[in-house]
Design a protein around this ligand. Structure first.
Ligand SMILES: Cc1ncc(COP(=O)(O)O)c(C=O)c1O
Length: 506
């Protein structure tokens, strides 16, 4: 007999059991029919039956009939409790999980960008909001332009940061300088040259593409041949430091070649600016753009640009309407130009404060010292990577110090290596793009990431992961090679200093 039947038997009828329990008879009838008494009645049943039917007996029976379901998480389970709580209970657009403040892990960033950010830049960016037309902010803008002229090594009046990442800076140059039907010679030796071609086409221009092997620098002779064959070409566009391959091109010579054929130049200095010489005035570059998140070591989202007077005059004289309102240089001059400060768009004020601080850090270090630092750590990193048996994609004179591309050794799962570096060492390195996907790793040492501790961590971590994955190397050789490279450079520098002292004394 189950508890419900025993209760009825004890009192002779369902009606009497119901009377004793002070409930409706139909309820007792339902218990008998379903074969158990629900658990919430357990204590009362024990009391009314004078202990002849124990509460635990009722409970066991009830749980056997209707087990308590403990929901385990399924694929679509809601993490951290139900979203249908509190005010969100009736809101069908509430996120499917409870969201908390985001705290990114501390990473060592040694990919193609973004880079680590100097604490002074981060602190500056967290300062109170200020209006983008506030006189104090406007004063800061003038300093920012002056600092940009310093890193670009130019006196170009129109030198300022466009609101947007490097891609926006690139587009800004093409949209303003390329009219429908204009011929533009574009040298492609990697991903970003390809994007320049896209830009020319989207502006209605006609690209004359000068193809190169990926990993090769832009060949001035090939470019000259193209300009010779296309005398009506108005512009030469090329990437100074091709991030996708690690190849540096001879910007000075390329600009000279372009000017010989009366073509203006658009130069991509996204990865080069701040990390190696970019001499806008000396090289007579017409238009140049960069990005805030590489060797300038600021947050992504700003693109410093600089234009010669020739470009400004050309854009001002355009008879057709520039087809992007936001990018129209003539309109933006109202905000960033020499005299006026009128509303164009809401400038990203705190990011601009950050860039101001990042540029100030370069000014304090000295631009030449910043270039030298990138070269110094490149030499040490390279010594270490080569001691592991890794080969550089780019030949010696054209290697970009801040962007080191090495070939993935045969049989090594390159994605697994990157994954393990990230999970075990919190170290991010870059993969190959386009035709180089799966074939190279890219080690960036840019801006604040360009430090000896990062170089040593990278070599130790990579050596440890590779040897663990069965790649034949002697752990420690890479670090020793890097240390030795540093030691030689320090010795050379000390000797140089000594010589200079002697010279001064004499
Ligand atoms: C050479 C080069 N040009 C342009 C870009 C585009 O810059 P962003 O990603 O900031 O839009 C990059 C980005 O890595 C780059 O390396």
């Amino acid at each position: 007999m189950n508890c419900a039947e025993r209760l009825v038997a004890l009192f002779g009828s369902q009606a009497e059991a119901a009377r004793r329990m002070k409930i409706d008879r139909a309820v007792v009838n339902n218990w008998v029919k379903s074969g158990y008494i629900p658990s919430r009645w357990a204590v009362e049943v024990e009391g009314v039956s004078g202990g002849q039917i124990l509460a635990t007996e009722v409970l066991n029976e009830a749980y056997a009939a209707r087990p308590i379901r403990v929901k385990s998480r399924g694929d679509d389970a809601v993490l951290f409790g139900s979203p249908l709580e509190g005010n969100d209970a009736m809101n069908p657009y509430a996120p499917a999980k409870r969201i908390q403040s985001f705290h990114p892990p501390q990473r060592t960033l040694m990919g193609p960008g973004p880079t680590e950010i100097h604490p002074r830049v981060l602190t500056t960016m967290s300062q109170p909001a200020i209006g983008y037309l506030d006189p104090v902010f406007v004063e800061m803008m003038e300093e920012l332009k002056a600092l940009l002229r310093y890193v670009f090594q130019t006196k170009n009046a129109l030198t300022f940061p466009v609101s947007g990442p490097g891609s926006v800076g690139m587009e800004y140059c093409f949209v303003n300088m390329v009219r429908p039907g204009d011929k533009v010679v574009v040298a492609r030796n990697g991903v970003f040259g390809g994007r320049m071609i896209e830009n020319v086409e989207r502006c209605g221009g006609i690209p004359v593409v000068v193809e190169h092997e990926w990993g090769e620098p832009v060949d001035p002779q090939k470019v000259e041949d193209a300009l010779k064959a296309n005398r009506d070409a108005r512009i030469l566009a090329f990437v100074h430091a091709e991030t996708s391959t690690g190849a540096l091109s001879d910007a000075k010579t390329l600009v000279e070649v372009a000017h010989k054929y009366d073509a203006m130049t658009i130069v991509d200095a996204v990865t080069s600016l701040g990390g190696c010489p970019v001499l806008v005035d000396e090289w007579k570059v017409d238009a140049i753009y960069s990005a805030s998140q590489k060797c300038l070591s600021c947050t992504p989202g700003l693109s410093p640009v600089s234009f010669s007077d020739r470009v400004v005059e050309f854009v001002k004289g355009r008879k057709d309407k520039i087809h992007s309102w936001f990018m129209d240089m003539n309109l933006l001059l109202g905000y960033w130009g020499a005299t006026t400060r009128t509303y164009h768009h809401t400038a990203p004020t705190n990011s601009l404060l950050g860039l101001h601080e990042a540029l100030l850090l370069i000014k304090e270090e000295g631009l030449e010292n910043s270039w030298a630092r990138h070269t110094r750590h490149h030499i040490a990193l390279k010594a270490g990577l080569e001691a592991m048996g890794l080969k550089f994609l780019v030949k010696e004179p054209w290697q970009i110090p801040q962007m080191n591309a090495v070939l993935v050794p045969e049989g090594v799962n390159e994605a697994e290596v990157r994954k393990r570096l990230l999970s075990e060492f919190s170290l991010e390195i870059g993969a190959g793009l386009g035709p180089l996907a799966g074939k190279i790793w890219r080690f960036g040492i840019m801006g604040y990431s360009c430090r000896p501790d990062n170089v040593m961590l990278c070599l130790s971590a990579l050596g440890s992961v590779l040897s663990d994955m069965g790649y034949p190397l002697h752990v420690g050789d890479a670090e020793a090679a890097a240390h030795s490279a540093y030691a030689q450079m320090h010795q050379k520098a000390a000797q140089q200093k000594k010589k200079e002292k002697v010279k001064v004394a004499a």
